[in-house]
Design a binder for this molecule. Structure first.
Ligand code: SF4
Length: 399
């Protein structure tokens, strides 16, 4: 019979060993069949771990499959342009992950001959490879005794050991990594142990209403024994979310091309969207007829809530808003650079990343070309606003 852990108790080899073996047995019997679990390729495991950060498994699966079909090897991803990578990532959000993954694989090609290094410290220096991703790659791809702690794992281990410190605090972080390390040290198979921890957090030790009756650790678990499952883990204090008011200009030509702009600010950098402004843009408004409000969109980011007023209008045929750019004849990469109104200073605070620090490229894009243009999820929402009827051509183009 397993022994119940005392509140705040860390593990020893004698307590960690039985827990590790129980979890590995449970994982062998309960693991979901997920596409990345069918691959032993370190590159594919890296891609899956990056996509799974802050994103649900069900959302990731189609993106992962399309991404691997488009970039089947580390070398193909390293050779791709940033625009191609962002286009394959479009809709998944948190685009910084895609840029860092791209930079990371390029570094693997440049410094390690295209093979992910076995050494943990070498992997840790790659762009975008933090402690969690490093541990996941090391243990799953190389069966190395490397620990993982993400949100799911933190919840499970906080409850198992009854850790009182709030998540995100130094005390909690140190205790969680210590427990995760003790477990993986005792594992028969580090890949099964770490994936079992992730799976337990996703399927059984869920945020609300954990299914303790189905848990391989119920006899040892401190939170279960003491009725603390709804009190642990203690949440870290929330960062207040700033609200930012924006204007979006959804402008089209008479022949139905849309004006898109590529973000040069840190937010959505490299992605295209209808021009977004923090205040009315006299240049755009002078280029437009029949400008009117088409609706409003709210878009929530990690620390900001964007409230966007969507203005729709038609670009005056006599105006030169990139009139020379005929998409279909001219690829986006050749889009002309035009100046944008508003501040070109790097903003700070809630506006950070929203205002361009250099003039932003603009292009006129036909509906048929939308699929090949990397756009943020916000851009897709904005483009849908004026055409909310299902039978509208843009609604169909956006799927
Ligand atoms: S017994 Fe319950 S609270 Fe404890 S680890 Fe298992 S599911 Fe989580």
């Amino acid at each position: 019979m397993a022994q119940e852990l005392k509140q705040g108790e860390t593990l020893t080899p004698s307590t960690a060993g039985p827990l590790a073996r129980a979890l590995e047995r449970w994982f062998a019997a309960s693991a979901r069949d997920l596409p990345w679990r069918r691959s032993a390729d370190p590159y594919a495991i890296w891609v899956s771990e990056v996509m799974l950060q802050q994103t649900q498994v069900a959302t990731v699966i189609p993106y992962y499959e399309r991404f691997l079909a488009r970039f089947p090897t580390l070398a193909t991803l390293a050779e791709a342009s940033e625009e191609e990578v962002l286009a394959a990532w479009a809709g998944l959000g948190y685009y910084r992950r895609a840029r860092l993954l791209h930079a990371g694989v390029r570094e693997v090609v440049a410094r390690y001959g295209g093979k992910l290094p076995l050494a943990r410290d070498a992997r840790r220096t790659l762009p975008g490879v933090g402690p969690y991703t490093n541990g996941a790659i090391g243990s799953i791809a190389f069966e190395a005794r490397e620990a993982v702690v993400d949100g799911n794992v933190a919840r499970v281990l906080s409850r198992l050991c009854g850790l009182p410190a709030p998540l995100g605090s130094r005390a909690s972080t140190e205790a969680l990594w210590a427990v995760a390390t003790q477990l993986v040290e005792e594992a028969t198979q580090p890949s099964a142990l770490n994936q079992g921890l992730m799976e337990l957090g996703a399927l059984v030790c869920t945020k609300s209403k954990p299914r303790c009756y189905a848990c391989p650790w119920r006899e040892s678990c401190c939170a279960h024994a003491r009725g603390l499952t709804d009190k642990l883990p203690r949440a870290k204090p929330k960062t207040p979310q700033a609200t930012v008011a924006l204007l979006a200009y959804v402008l089209e030509t008479q022949c139905g091309q849309m004006l898109l702009e590529q973000s040069t600010g840190s937010l959505f950098r490299g992605l295209w969207s209808p021009p977004l402004r923090t205040e009315p843009d006299p240049t755009l408004e002078a280029s437009t007829v029949a400008l009117q409000e088409a609706g409003r969109v709210t878009h929530v980011l990690t620390h900001r809530r964007l409230k966007v007023r969507v203005l729709r209008g038609r670009i005056r045929p006599d105006m030169g808003v990139n009139a020379s750019v005929q998409v279909g004849l001219c690829p986006l990469s050749e889009a002309s650079i035009t100046s944008v109104s508003g501040s070109k200073q790097n903003a700070t605070g809630p506006m950070q990343g929203l205002q361009p620090s250099v003039p932003a490229p603009q292009a006129l894009v036909a509906l048929a070309e939308f699929e090949s243009v990397p756009m943020s999820r916000l851009a897709l929402k904005l483009l849908e606003v004026p055409w909310r009827r299902d039978d509208a051509p843009l609604g169909r183009a956006l799927g």
